[in-house]
Design a protein. Sequence first.
Length: 271
Amino acid sequence: MSRIEKMFSALQSEGRKALIPYVTAGDPEPSVTVPLMHAMVEAGADLLELGVPFSDPMADGPVIQEACERALEHHVSLNDVLDMVAEFRKQNDKTPVVLMGYLNPVEIMGYEHFASKASDSGVDGVLIVDLPPEEGNETVSAFRQTGLDTIFLLAPTTVEHRIKSICEAGSGFVYYVSLKGVTGSTQLNVEEVAEKLDLVRKYAKTPVGVGFGIKDAETAARVSQVADAVVVGSAIVNRIAANVTEPERFTHEIAELIASMRKAMDDTARS
């Protein structure tokens, strides 16, 4: 059983939902990423989503685009990100880590080489934003050979036959993008999310996580009532952006945000 499977299984037995924070690796500079990963776990994160900096993050809004730019100013590469995960694993061998990014850096490294190195570094899954499952056979095959889960995105506009094919192709969990548009969008309607998840669960063999538009504890708790996992990105990265020269401050603020979300989600589960 993979770390991701163990995590979801343990939470399910406790009647709880997963909290998944996202940060861009190397933002605002490389030395802060691993300590921040540990701080987020201590605050209540169940799985960490680590963004691979990319020069053209087309699915992301200004908040994460700027995070990528800050990381790339320090020339943070895919190899550097894998080294960060390996460093994190020296102290934490339990919390799953998923890389989120774009196909180009993986393609340049080579699918099999990347899969082998990622697995050796302690990565558990990969979400490649611009890799549709219809074009991912070679990639998914290379990942599966080393035990990496391949996580795919579903959108509000995804039609039923594609929901079915995406759920069949992926593993680990399915990531439902709750809003149309790029990361950092607003106006999350939890009722609409719940309605779409009813359709997704007709085909999903894995847990379903929901991300985009989750900015505070109240929203996280509401989404946790309908999803198996809550993914939080821009709300965290915004705190880094506001305090780029003060890592202790943004680490504290991020930990506070995650702890408040964790408490609200657990309180909702008990009610």
